[in-house]
Design a protein around this ligand. Structure first.
Ligand SMILES: Nc1ncnc2c1ncn2[C@@H]1O[C@H](COP(=O)(O)OP(=O)(O)OP(=O)(O)O)[C@@H](O)[C@H]1O
Ligand SMILES: [Mg+2]
Length: 515
């Protein structure tokens, strides 16, 4: 199986070796099938195969059962005999048990290294989708991002965004001159959505240290690729957060990786379990973008594999791009099921030995109708393939073993402690505090004054530019400055000493521009 990942046995008696060609592994794939038909094990053996070939893998673990990849299977396991006889049947002579290099990640930081990104990097489009904002609310979010960008106020965590929105609300009269009407109701609605996000645990996703993509693309000293496992059991409770995060990750990869065309093997392979969550109720514009990202990320050497119960769950344009397919059994109870099954069958190159539609209905557990890309990227004829048994442990790692893997990880410590550097929240809070102090000092001074003097000072306070401010950071804002110029001055002052990195990047890079 040179240049291929061994998948299992096909042909009349399952003796013909079937493989996934590494050269075409970046042309994406699909693992589908009804519940209990073998999707997770297929994902597991593919992850093993990629890792063994030196390709790093990223996968989401919805039920927690993929953590077993970090441990070797065992002859004491109840399925040991079933596994060995299956291996014999498909001519898998050197089948043995083996553990794989695994890195655990967890958005909530409980069962893996915390994964974080900043509000600015997620960007207004994905955030608006995450919060299910209306068009008007999304407009305000865009203004807020733009202002933060212009004013050099880093948007790192949710409290930065909250503070910024308060500030936008307070200054909406001035801002309206430039951006049009800003409704307090809309700001309130966004704030409420942010609270919901916080309650879902999203606050943990936003902040620093942010994830470095290189840490997902590591190979172990023995040359095998690391398998990055994202704990997704709890995350499934917030499907939107899950989908947004994975979409963000894909777009980050797209933006940051160089073009490589069709490499001998992928740079990274990404498995997206419960993929239907990405598309359920998603607006057409977003589905189009996913389609676009999937099409373009190929040339960066990233293969994306969608795992889902029914191929029907995946929009047609995207389905059409999934070149390597493992279709486990589908049940056909209703007329709709039957139609979906027929449509699924039609997308394969027929095999004279069997009828595809029947095969998809009949295949046993751990068996699948497979079609892999062959020479020149042409889809191969369908096969009925008995999928190989896993070499790593089937089922979850014990909590103690998981802890040990985490403790021994070379990334231990790197992401564990959140860092809260000076950003929008701190800047705006400091500003408000300074203003309050100033007012207080002024009042205190007035109290010490003789009544006559006090009246005089109070009168002077209303004479505008002649008022002397106590703060050393006073800004000279001329009356004829435009609002924007005044803002810029304020920001230059605010920013002196901090790095002026441009914080709002195009959402999802050039791809999402001009939406
Ligand atoms: N390739 C295989 N080799 C050996 N046993 C297998 C294989 N595939 C599946 N099995 C057996 O079938 C069981 C169910 O498979 P799996 O958990 O992969 O199903 P699934 O499609 O992911 O189900 P669900 O939709 O519930 O997640 C496994 O626990 C294992 O016992
Ligand atoms: Mg499963």
């Amino acid at each position: 199986m040179d240049g291929k990942i061994f998948l299992g046995g096909g042909g009349a008696d399952y003796a013909e070796k079937q493989g996934l060609t590494l050269k075409y592994a970046n042309r994406h794939g699909l693992i589908a099938g009804a519940t209990g038909t073998g999707k997770t094990v297929t994902l597991q053996i593919l992850a093993e195969g990629f890792a063994a070939a030196g390709v790093p893998v990223f996968l989401s673990d919805v039920k927690g059962d993929l953590s077993g990849l970090a441990a070797a299977g065992s002859a004491d396991f109840k399925l040991h005999d079933a596994f060995t006889s299956r291996a014999e049947k498909i001519g898998f002579a050197d089948y043995g048990y083996e553990a794989f290099p695994v890195t655990f990640w967890d958005l909530f930081g409980d069962h893996g290294h915390p994964v974080r990104t900043t509000v600015a990097e997620i960007g207004p489009l994905l955030l608006a989708r995450l919060m299910e904002l209306s068009e008007a609310q999304e407009g305000i979010l865009n203004i807020a991002f733009r202002l933060a960008d212009e004013q050099g106020m880093p948007l790192l965590d949710l409290k930065d965004l909250q503070a910024l929105l308060v500030w936008v609300g307070e200054n909406r009269t001035e801002l309206a001159l430039r951006y049009g009407n800003i409704s307090v109701n809309s700001i309130g609605a966004i704030q409420r959505r942010l609270l919901v996000l916080e309650n879902e645990g999203a606050a943990k996703l936003f902040g620093e240290p942010a994830l470095e993509l290189d840490d997902l693309m590591r190979t172990a000293p023995d040359g095998r690729g690391y398998i990055n496992i994202l704990a997704a059991d709890k995350l499934m409770g917030s499907p939107r957060l899950y989908a947004t995060f994975l979409l963000w990750l894909l777009s980050e990869l797209f933006e940051n990786l160089p073009e490589v065309g069709d490499p001998d093997k992928p740079k990274l392979v990404f498995f997206f379990d419960e993929a239907h969550l990405l598309f359920d109720g998603a607006p057409k514009a977003l589905i189009d973008k996913v389609e676009q990202v999937a099409r373009l990320i190929r040339s960066k050497g990233v293969g994306v594999y969608f795992v889902t119960q029914n191929p029907d769950d995946i929009p047609e344009d995207i389905l059409g791009q999934l070149g390597n397919r493992v279709q486990h059994a589908l049940r056909a109870f209703t007329a709709r099921d039957k139609k979906a099954l027929r449509l699924a069958a039609e997308t394969y190159r027929p095999n004279p030995r069997f009828v595809t539609e029947e095969a998809i209905r009949e295949v046993g557990v751990g068996e699948a109708v497979t079609s892999m890309l062959m020479k020149k990227g042409v889809p191969g004829i369908v096969e009925r393939t008995l999928i190989r048994p896993p070499s790593s442990q089937l089922g979850p790692l014990s909590p103690a073993d998981r802890k040990a893997v985490l403790a021994n990880s070379s990334l231990a410590g790197k992401y564990d402690t959140p860092v809260d550097r000076r950003s929008a929240y701190e800047i705006l809070t400091a500003r408000a505090k300074a203003a309050a102090q100033e007012a207080e000092q002024l009042e205190a001074r007035e109290e010490d004054m003789a009544p006559m003097e006090r009246e005089f000072t109070a009168a002077r306070r209303y004479s505008g530019s002649r008022v002397r401010r106590s703060s050393a950071r006073t800004l000279r804002v001329r009356a004829d400055d435009t609002f924007g110029e005044a803002m810029t001055k304020m920001v230059m002052k605010e920013l002196s000493g901090t790095t002026g990195r441009r914080i709002v990047r195009g959402v999802l890079g050039g791809l999402f521009k001009g939406r």
